[in-house]
Design a protein around this ligand. Structure first.
Ligand code: ZN
Length: 279
């Protein structure tokens, strides 16, 4: 949407409803197109753990040209590649990985969950089995996913200590300048023994995280970090160090183990970090 239009629409309270309606219409159209285009792939190969359909190939997704250089240069595992989007329900690889690991390692049923930036397929699943508080710094973006989403700043939350069994902020911390504050807050609001799903795009080639505090220049961020609203590219080892510094125990579930665990369509190179607040 043109920037000149954005401000007046926000003032009138129409910006987020219009965006939601636009996204829903686009999803409906593309969903019909994908189901037709991929019908010959149906019934065999990889599975989707949201709709339980199988497809020989899922829909690939690749970065926009302005983002591609940084992602390729640093070999960032960022949710791009083959078999990313389910042709039937449009679940994404990052949602399928989160659900796979939630179901296998964490067992969310009956738990009290804080879900930051709730995802379209993951959110209704979690709300069907658990007590979920959905939140984001800009809740308007997520009202079409969960109408009850509340405004929460992950770096300074109003929740008292030890309120949640599980915090999910899936691909969120790479957007936050003071990510260490957010990690400390997540640690604080978790119960002892609580778990967190805190996947981020990461590089195993970088020895240090590259970042700029307080940056707000979308073109530069695309060129440097591979997305217009990212403030860093994490080096995987440094990301784990930051989580451990905040007090967490971090166990890496390697891609090979994830692939052996299930035939759900996944990115073949992505590991899962099982993040735990010590009991
Ligand atoms: Zn699906």
């Amino acid at each position: 949407m043109k920037k000149a239009l954005t401000r007046p629409l926000k003032k009138l309270g129409l910006y987020h409803p219009l965006q939601s309606a636009y996204r829903a219409a686009l999803r409906s159209l593309s969903g019909t197109w994908y189901r037709i285009q991929y019908r010959k792939q149906s019934g065999k190969g990889h599975a989707c753990n949201f709709c339980n359909q199988r497809f020989g190939k899922f829909i690939p997704s690749f970065p926009a040209p302005e983002n591609a250089a940084a992602i390729e240069k640093h070999h960032v595992i960022a949710g791009y590649g083959a078999n990313i989007i389910c042709p039937n329900c449009q679940s994404t690889a990052r949602e399928r990985l989160a659900r796979l690991c939630l179901d296998h390692f964490i067992h969310p049923a009956g738990k009290k969950i804080l879900h930051i930036s709730p995802e379209r397929k993951l959110s209704p699943y979690l709300r069907s089995v658990a007590d979920v508080f959905s939140a984001d710094l800009q809740p308007g973006f997520y009202r079409d996913i969960d109408p009850s989403v509340q405004m929460v700043d992950l770096t300074k939350m109003d929740f008292s200590n030890g309120q949640f069994d599980l915090v999910i902020a899936n691909h969120v911390l790479e957007h936050i300048s003071n990510d260490r504050d957010a990690m400390l807050e997540i640690f604080r609001v978790l119960k002892p023994g609580g778990r967190a799903v805190l996947q981020v795009p990461y590089s195993t080639k970088l020895s240090d995280t590259i970042e700029s505090a307080g940056i707000s220049d979308p073109c530069w961020q695309s060129a440097m970090y591979g997305q217009e609203d990212h403030v860093r590219i994490y080096a995987l080892d440094d990301y784990m160090f930051r989580l451990e510094e905040a007090g967490f125990h971090v166990k890496v579930v390697q891609p090979g183990e994830l692939l052996r665990l299930s035939d759900v369509a996944q990115q073949p190179e992505e590991c899962f970090l099982l993040v735990t607040k010590p009991a």
